[in-house]
Design a protein around this ligand. Structure first.
Ligand code: NAP
Length: 342
């Protein structure tokens, strides 16, 4: 009997945080790395396919996905090595990212507390090299185990091979691979190295009079900041930041700042400058605006929300209008962070 279970005509509405109603022609749940039979099957070879993790960073623009959705459900968190200072964990790509953060807090393992409450799964995390409040996945990642969907072969890529950059990695270009597991190296107490450099983190720590933070208190602070300004997808469909923050060279930055002195600018490597995309959206008048069933969230201009029942193309049309206005006003082209499925 075939070990591949094909589910047909499956609604993906509860598998994408935008809550867009879309039907997948086929869904296959992936629970281990043995994918030879799947990738050699005629159905697989004759249909397009996509990998779905937590569905928190994508936008479906059609009512039917006429292909195969591979739902990454590889679970498990396993300690693979430990010494006085560090512990390495191997984690299944189908594990929910925030569950992994909770696991680390319970076991007093440091390194990913700043990444608390980032939606999505562990398997999606290396693709964008998720990061928040001064910490990135690549700071702790040792290796990634992938399955090549062209031939079903499994291989391990070490961190240096992953080409990690700001919200970028080789996995955005190596399209046809499934991230099966990752291995991360975390600190044991008392060797944690906390990063509390971000202004908002420092502000909440001082509001709460926390002078000697722990990994748990940093996590609580990050959760509080995120809950204050981000909509809960269980209540309001959204996919977090819709656009990427804007990286420009110093010349471009100075020329925008000469017209808009209040422009917030953060220095990045190689003389580049990072400008929050939210600033452009807010200053082109879009923050809090609603068009029909979609709109820009009132507390954070980077987030497009589905007020209920919206189609993916309504969200896309709104994002196009915002992009056009920002180009006209500032000469800056916003790039979606969300993966748009056509
Ligand atoms: P925010 O805190 O309002 O910051 C906006 C932008 O300013 C971010 O790009 C951030 O850079 C930069 N920034 C703020 N304070 C900084 C500092 N002290 N030093 C250097 N850069 C600074 O951003 P937000 O949209 O509410 O997001 C909060 C955090 O979650 C940010 O770190 C953001 O990158 C992260 N986030 C990550 C993802 C993802 O991994 N896919 C998605 C959404 C948001 P950085 O981006 O370098 O932090």
């Amino acid at each position: 009997m075939s070990s591949v279970q094909w589910e047909e005509n499956v609604s993906l509405q509860c598998y994408n945080t935008f809550k867009i109603q879309v039907t997948a022609r086929y869904v296959v749940r992936i629970q281990n790395t043995g994918l030879n039979e799947l990738v050699q099957s005629p159905l697989f070879q004759n249909h397009r396919h996509m990998i779905l993790g937590g569905g928190s960073n994508l936008l479906f623009t059609e009512k039917i996905y006429d292909g195969i959705v591979l739902k990454n459900e590889i679970i498990g968190i396993e300690t693979i090595s430990q010494d006085d200072t560090h512990t390495s964990l191997k984690v299944g790509g189908g594990v929910t990212w925030s569950l992994l953060v909770d696991y680390c807090l319970v076991h007093n393992l440091g390194g990913i507390e700043n990444l608390s409450l980032i939606p999505g799964t562990v398997g999606a995390a290396p693709i964008q090299n998720i990061g928040a409040y001064g910490v990135e996945l690549s700071d702790v990642l040792e290796s990634v185990e992938i399955v090549d969907l062209a031939d079903g072969q499994t291989r391990t890529m070490m961190r240096a091979e992953c080409e990690f950059r700001y919200r970028d990695s080789i996995f955005k270009r190596l399209k046809d691979v499934l991230i099966a597991t990752i291995t991360i190296k975390l600190t044991n107490a008392p060797h944690h190295r906390l990063n509390t450099t971000y202004g908002s983190v420092q502000q909440v720590l001082s509001e709460r009079e926390i002078t000697t933070p722990t990994i748990s208190s940093v996590s609580e602070v990050v959760c509080l900041i995120r809950r204050r300004k981000l909509p809960d997808p269980r209540e309001l469909g959204n996919a977090g930041s819709f656009f990427q923050n804007v990286t420009v060279d110093d010349f471009t930055c100075k020329s925008i700042k000469s017209k808009y002195p209040a422009l917030p600018v953060f220095p990045k490597a190689n003389g580049l400058r990072l400008i929050p995309a939210a600033w452009f959206i807010e200053n082109s008048g879009w923050k809090g605006r609603r068009i029909g069933r979609v709109g820009v969230y009132h507390n954070h201009a980077l987030i497009i929300v589905n007020f209920g029942g919206a189609d993916g193309d309504e969200v896309k049309a709104l994002s196009d209008r915002i992009t056009k206005d920002v180009i006209c006003q500032f000469g800056v082209c916003l790039v979606p962070e969300v993966n748009i499925i056509r």
